[in-house]
Design a protein around this ligand. Structure first.
Ligand code: UDX
Ligand code: ADP
Length: 464
């Protein structure tokens, strides 16, 4: 590090956040050397191969342009840390599945392990940047672990720099972010570290979009941003139920309210519920934090966002079973889409998991098609919660195209809004299906009027 200028960057964690974010930094900052280090040998091998471990539109050319030049992927974590001036920590923070806070608190074991290895290996001055979403005040714990475990003269400054990219649009989001948020300490060293990270982003992000705050505001803002976005989806989904009762159309309502500039049009698309690795985890985390800080009313308020999300999924399955004469036992049901949203192969917390499991509990036979998700991942995601391997072997099959999923099915259920579903030959699908041919569109992606013309029985969320 010359003066306060960063020259070498390392990122611990080559996941959906670490990989694309570092690829963009390397592309925009050719003068910096960027190394992404991960414990997972297969993942690193995939980042170094022609087939990247994640599907993200526009990512391949960005990686191809910089890999081997100033972007490197490695399992040599110690070497990468030792060489770096600035270390992003982008390891997973899943919801805890054991002990205190089970099912709610964030599991910080990967963060702590990363901090310990940084302390063990580092010499000189290092800037440590939290990229992972973490509970407010985690930077304090990270700093304590670093300082308590260093065996050299190393000094550390801990910053918070949450990532706001959404999967499927990660490259656009990274290239032209609404804002970059950097939280840091108020000391001279803290301010210098913030400025050093600001200088990295300033290579392509306009200065007025780079926001600096104190550490706790930055950490909390990430949780709150996701909570507000999730809340909008639960709000419109709650209204979708009322639309179905009253004959109002939820898209017309969303459009009408979204034109109010105080409300705005985005994140008002009703669906079978939100999924993804962030919203549920961060809401649970927020609820847990509020309870821990003695704010039960605030905790209850945000917990309701999650309850509506769960209710929306079970409500959808209820509609399917009721419409199909109260039994789907032994009926073949074609499933269109399994990813948690279009343009990603990520299935974490996908609403499709809960919907498919509930359909399997009703003893349906599922024929699942998704253009990007690996069949083994679908199998792994469905396993558990009363779904045994024997059930999956007898009652679930993976199809290589939507027509195969529709063939001899009683119903077609759309669970992800892949663009290709908009242009399906619905006449051909109608011919392939058993009659009455039901369509349950959980994403409002199939051409509803066209469907009715062909003779389908159609149910779309939020349309009376
Ligand atoms: C989210 C945040 O958007 C991002 O800023 C943060 O960094 C990580 O979490 P992501 O989960 O990748 O990103 O995708 P997002 O586009 O937010 O969608 C989340 C879920 O909400 C998806 O299941 C999506 O289908 C659903 N959704 C989104 C709706 O049901 N309706 C909407 O209007 C928008
Ligand atoms: P995200 O969606 O936040 O990027 P992922 O789960 O996709 O999360 O990626 C997190 C990555 O972090 C995983 O590939 C995991 O192997 C890696 N990881 C966990 N702990 C460490 C560590 N101590 N050092 C390096 N990588 C780690």
């Amino acid at each position: 590090m010359s003066g306060r200028q960063v020259e070498t960057i390392c990122c611990l964690g080559a996941g959906y956040v670490g990989g694309p974010t570092m690829a963009m930094i390397a592309a925009k900052c050719p003068h910096l050397q960027v190394t992404v280090a991960d414990l997972n040998i297969q993942r690193i091998a995939a980042w170094n191969s022609a087939i990247l471990p994640i599907y993200e539109p526009g990512l391949d050319p960005v990686v191809a342009g910089v890999r081997g030049r100033n972007l490197h992927f490695t399992t040599d974590i110690h070497g990468a840390i030792a060489a770096a001036d600035l270390i992003f920590v982008s390891v997973g923070t899943p919801t805890k599945s054991y002990g205190i806070g089970t099912g709610r608190a964030a599991d910080l074991r990967y963060i702590e392990a990363a901090a310990r290895v940084i302390a063990e290996v580092s010499e000189g001055h290092k800037i440590i940047v939290e990229k992972s979403t973490i509970p407010v005040r985690t930077a304090g714990a990270v700093r304590t672990i670093l300082e308590a475990n260093t065996t050299s003269n190393a000094t550390f400054e801990v910053l918070s720099n949450p990532e706001f990219l959404a999967e499927g649009t990660a490259i656009q989001d990274l290239e032209s972010p609404d804002r970059i948020l950097i939280g840091g300490g108020n000391t001279a060293a803290g301010k210098a570290a913030v400025e050093a990270l600001v200088a990295v982003y300033a290579n392509w992000v306009p200065r007025e979009r780079i926001l600096t705050t104190n550490l706790w505001s930055s950490e909390l803002s990430k949780l709150v941003a996701n909570a507000f976005l999730a809340q909008r989806i639960s709000s419109i989904n709650s209204i979708s139920a009322l639309c179905e009762k009253t004959g109002a159309d939820v898209d017309e309502v969303a459009h009408a309210i979204g034109m109010d500039s105080r409300i705005g049009p985005r994140f008002l698309k009703s669906s079978i519920g939100f999924g993804g690795s962030c919203f549920q985890k961060d809401l649970l985390n927020l609820v847990y934090l509020c309870e821990s800080f003695g704010l039960p009313e605030v905790a209850k308020y945000w917990n309701q966002v999650l309850r509506i999300n769960d209710w929306q999924k079970s409500r959808f399955v209820g509609k399917i079973v009721r419409a199909m004469f109260n039994t789907i036992n032994g009926k073949r049901i074609g499933i269109l889409g399994f990813a948690f949203k279009k343009d990603t192969n990520d299935t974490r917390e996908s609403p499709a998991i809960r919907v498919c499991r509930d359909l399997l509990h009703e003893r349906a036979h599922l024929a699942i098609y998704d253009p990007q998700v690996d069949p083994n991942i679908i199998y792994q995601e469905l396993l558990g919660d009363g779904v045994a391997p024997t059930i999956l072997e007898s009652n679930m099959e993976i199809c290589s195209d939507p027509y195969a999923a529709a063939n001899k099915s009683h119903a077609l259920v759309a669970l992800t809004e892949w663009d290709e579903f908009q242009t399906l030959d619905m006449g051909r699908i109608y011919e392939l299906m058993l009659k009455p041919a039901f369509v349950f569109d959980g994403r409002d992606i199939l051409p509803a009027e066209d469907l009715k013309g062909h003779g389908f029985e159609v149910f779309t969320i939020g349309k009376g």
